[in-house]
Design a protein around this ligand. Structure first.
Ligand code: ADP
Ligand code: MG
Ligand code: MG
Length: 893
């Protein structure tokens, strides 16, 4: 294998091997742009070095050969005494990790060659400035000396001279500083600053390799989901100098505005400076447009090059350049980072310019960006201060900006929000009991738990702002307050603001502006209108591209007419999952209790009869909202005890009543029932189809309600398209029994209403056994909906409600998985079961309809997987629908 590539040998496709920087330096070289000559050491060499602790045996010779060639080209030798070739040794991984890894400039300077450089340049000051920079950077990054020591010494030198900026230090001052710097190195690193240029270079190369594994680099990769095993390439690039006087300088530029996408002149320039000065903010830069006045020739050339780059990369590029005595040099380019909004705008602008087509435009944006654009945001123009105090920072779990009164339990959240208050639900952690409160709240704040905690996962699903794990906050639910390390106390009713995009928590109200993109999806803002937002225009067009391309249909998980209508506005093509659980809560709880407690068939039938019209009404509304589109209704799924009071609470109530000798007949019966139904492991207990088989009349009541509702809609000239879905089936026999009963009920309804009803009957595939016997199950099912939440639980043996809070963080840190399998489908495990079940199901029944419901249906990566395995639709929460549409379009293009 070859470990070193000259800049003339690489190209932009070789990012895996040469890193982004190296690949693009090569690309620019081959485009004929002025790039200082150099070579790139591959990521493979880095990986070997990091794995074995030593560089590959062949590397040294290969580097020597390339260095020889470079020296020949430049007609001087590295560190040559009378006229030294100097190089930079620069990190550069496949994905840019800004400022995370190391770069050393001016390699090759020594006590002797500094004199040669001074003579060649005719500038003593410049030479000593370059030398002190080398010792400083080398000392810090290669020898591990605390950088502040150098900065303090530099500061002291400036103070001694009573000057403010570096450029006011003269050669003699810098020379003294070099002596000082070398002393610092000697004391701190226990060795002399190396005078041998090749030793400098080799040590710098190793330091760049090592910088792949610094803590901050690792942390950055975890956050950005960059794999840890890519390694970095190392670029050795001959130096050009921006610090040679006022006709020299260095700058950064964008080919268009990364915030708006607008074309124009965007960048910063700094005269008489070396590259790192621009970012360090030591001196004030001038806007790039000023370069036209400073150096017209270089400016024009730069504009020309930027155009070349945009046309070549067909995208926004950012660049680093240096001007050495009127000569322009390109030091870096890459397709530039941009805000989510700019990504949409740029993609459509490039289509209009004819640079890319619609399919390519879809690759330039993604669902995560779209989701970001849909959240309301804090008005940045309002400074924090005065009435607003920042009181903490947690994990940015679900983006958006929310303001409301702090409440510390779900009951209060619901009560206050009903009376029109905006509230933020504050909990240590949330659990499924908090669902009502979470729905009622503007946002959710917890002091415990990470990105995969209950609060985070649920909030993301609902599109609700959430900050979790804000550990400075001590939440005291009982006293309805939280205290903040440092003193503040937030009482129930105090207004707080939380920013789910950066995790910041404020006491006080930060003003919020709604997202124009949501206004658009809600139909309150129209593309094409005179005053339409540019962003909305771009989103509108990209969504049209996606809808034209995609094969997957997108449905919503919605349980009521209100959600269904919103989902429709957002583009839902039906409901993929209507849960019926909520229809058994609230005022109906009492009826359900009676059903569960029934001792006789008569009693049971009585309560079922009372539930029937209520259920039917729910469905009538839903079918009306989704008229003409399929609605998949799932029969009751959760274990019965969820509809009964909490066992401890109830025991206390009974005990108290006993003590007071109050009558407590009913409570006692209830408690017995709770005991009877108590399960060690309810997730694997009496739920789903098992309930339907054990509680006579329960499922048939639901089927009857669905059928009667459909009949009523038909009589009202509607077009109901109900699909009945049986949950938690493990074997075809379960399904057959329920199906036969259901068909009988449907026939009865057909009979007595005289309406010709067609209701599809299908099942969820959410147990491994169901997936493994999908071929048999398809005999009795007209459709499958993969319940990938439960399937993930049961395939991994993870209890979703427990593991995310307990050990997932450790798993993520250890790299066992890069992302929670509840968030993104586990392709290898759960995914392969889905794949084989799709195949087996379709073999039995070629027209089997296939979908997925649950968290994964709205997750970008997972949507791509579902497209690949050939599902017909994904179903997700209403707020995720645009994201799913976009990703389905991207998957198909
Ligand atoms: P980063 O990835 O942190 O931007 P770079 O390797 O790009 O690090 O280098 C840091 C700075 O040094 C940049 O401003 C770059 O332009 C400048 N630089 C790097 N190599 C050279 C060189 N050969 N000549 C002049 N300046 C250079
Ligand atoms: Mg750079
Ligand atoms: Mg399930």
């Amino acid at each position: 294998v070859k470990f070193v590539y000259d800049f003339t040998e690489g190209n932009k496709e070789l990012k895996d091997l040469l890193g982004g920087k190296g690949a693009n330096l090569a690309e620019m070289t081959n485009l004929g742009l002025p790039v200082p000559p150099g070579f790139t050491i591959t990521t493979e060499a880095c990986k070997t070095y990091l794995d074995s602790g030593d560089e590959p045996a062949a590397l040294r010779d290969e580097v020597s050969a390339h260095l020889d060639a470079l020296e020949a080209k430049m007609a001087k030798k590295l560190g040559q005494a009378d006229d030294p070739l100097l190089v930079s040794v620069r990190s550069g991984a496949k994905f840019s990790m800004p400022g995370m890894m190391d770069t050393v400039l001016n390699i090759g300077l020594s006590d002797t060659s500094v004199q040669g450089l001074a003579k060649q340049a005719g500038d003593d000051r410049f030479a000593w400035d370059s030398y002190r920079r080398l010792i400083q950077m080398f000392g810090k990054t290669v020898l591990g000396v605390d950088g502040e020591l150098f900065e303090d010494a530099l500061e002291a030198a400036k103070q001694a001279k009573k000057v403010v900026v570096d450029t006011d230090l003269e050669a003699a001052d810098l020379k003294k500083l070099v002596t000082k710097f070398k002393k610092i190195v000697k004391t701190e690193a226990g060795r002399d600053f190396p005078q041998d240029p090749r030793e400098q270079m080799d040590l710098a190369i190793h330091a760049v390799f090592d910088s792949w594994n610094t803590e901050r680099a690792k942390l950055y990769r975890r956050q950005e989901r960059i794999p840890h095993d890519l390694g970095t390439a190392v670029n050795v690039c001959s130096m050009v100098f921006g610090n040679l006087g006022p006709d020299s300088g260095t700058g950064v530029a964008f080919t268009r505005d990364p915030a708006s996408g607008h074309q124009g002149v965007y960048g910063d320039y700094l005269q008489n400076a070396q590259g790192e000065d621009v970012v360090a903010g030591i001196r004030n830069t001038v806007p790039l447009a000023d370069l036209e006045r400073i150096d017209k020739k270089s400016y024009d050339q730069l504009m020309q090059i930027m155009e070349t780059l945009e046309n070549h990369y067909k995208d926004l590029c950012d660049i680093e350049f240096t001007i050495e005595r009127g000569q322009l040099w390109m030091l870096q380019t890459r397709v530039g980072k941009r805000t989510a909004g700019a990504a949409f705008r740029i993609a459509t602008q490039l289509v209009d310019q004819g640079l890319i087509d619609e399919a390519e435009a879809l690759q330039r944006v993604n669902g995560a960006q779209l989701a970001q654009l849909m959240f309301p945001r804090f008005d940045d123009s309002v400074a924090v201060g005065g009435k607003v105090t920042r009181i903490g920072r947690g994990i940015a779990a679900s983006p958006g900006a929310a303001v409301g009164k702090a409440v510390f339990d779900s009951y209060t959240a619901v009560k206050w929000s009903r009376s029109g208050e905006k509230v933020i639900l504050v909990r240590r952690e949330t659990n499924p009991d908090d669902l009502d409160g979470m729905i009622a709240a503007e946002g959710i704040l917890t002091s415990r738990g990470g990105k995969t905690s209950h609060a985070a996962v649920v909030a993301r699903g609902m599109g609700k702002t959430c900050v979790c794990g804000a550990e400075e906050l001590e939440v005291d639910t009982k006293r309805r307050r939280m205290t903040v390390t440092g003193g503040h106390v937030v009482e129930e009713g105090d207004v707080i603001s939380i920013d789910g995009s950066n995790g910041k928590v404020y006491l006080g109200e930060v003003p919020v502006v709604p997202s124009p993109v949501v206004e658009y999806f809600e139909g309150r803002m129209h593309a094409g209108a005179d005053d339409a937002d540019e962003l909305v225009e771009a989103v509108h067009r990209i969504m049209a591209f996606a809808d034209r391309k995609r094969r997957l249909r997108v449905r919503a998980n919605a349980d009521n007419a209100e959600d269904a209508l919103r989902a429709r506005r957002f583009g839902a093509q039906g409901i993929g999952l209507c849960r019926t659980e909520h229809m058994f809560l609230g005022d109906r709880r009492e009826l359900v209790e009676r059903l569960i407690l029934a001792d006789t068939d008569a009693e049971r039938e009585e309560s079922l009869k009372e539930l029937l019209p209520l259920q039917k009404q729910d469905f009538v509304q839903l079918f009306e909202a989704m008229d003409g589109l399929p609605v998949t209704v799932r029969l009751l799924d959760p274990p019965l005890h969820e509809f009964l009071p909490d066992i401890t609470e109830l025991s206390v109530r009974v005990a108290l009543a006993e003590a007071r000798q109050d009558p407590h007949e009913n409570e006692l019966r209830l408690l017995q029932a709770v005991h009877r139904l108590h399960e060690q492991n309810p997730m694997l207990g009496l739920r789903g189809v098992r309930l339907g088989l054990v509680i006579p009349g329960l499922f048939t009541m639901q089927v009857r309600a669905i059928a009667e509702a459909a009949a009523e809609r038909k009589n009202a000239k509607g077009d109901p398209r109900a699909e009945i879905m049986i949950p938690l089936v493990g074997t075809v026999q379960e399904l057959e029994i329920v199906r036969d009963e259901a068909e009988q009920v449907i026939a009865e309804v057909r009979e007595h209403t005289g309406v010709d009803l067609k209701l599809a009957l299908g099942t969820m595939i959410e147990l491994p056994r169901a997936a493994l016997t999908a071929g048999q199950i398809a005999e009795a099912a007209e459709f499958f909906s993969f319940g990938t939440n439960d399937l993930t639980q049961t395939v991994w043996g993870f209890s979703r409600d427990d593991v995310e809070a307990s050990f997932f963080t450790a798993y993520l840190e250890k790299g066992i998985f890069g992302v929670s399998p509840f968030e993104t489908i586990d392709r290898d495990g759960v995914g392969s079961l889905v794949k084989s079940a799709v195949k087996a199901g379709r073999e039995t029944r070629p027209d089997l309809k296939l979908g997925v419901c649950g968290e994964h249906g709205g997750d970008p990566e997972s949507v791509h997987f579902f497209h690949e395995v050939g599902l017909d639709y994904v179903s997700c929460s209403p707020f995720r629908i645009p994201v799913a549409r976009l990703e389905a379009g991207r998957a198909a293009s």
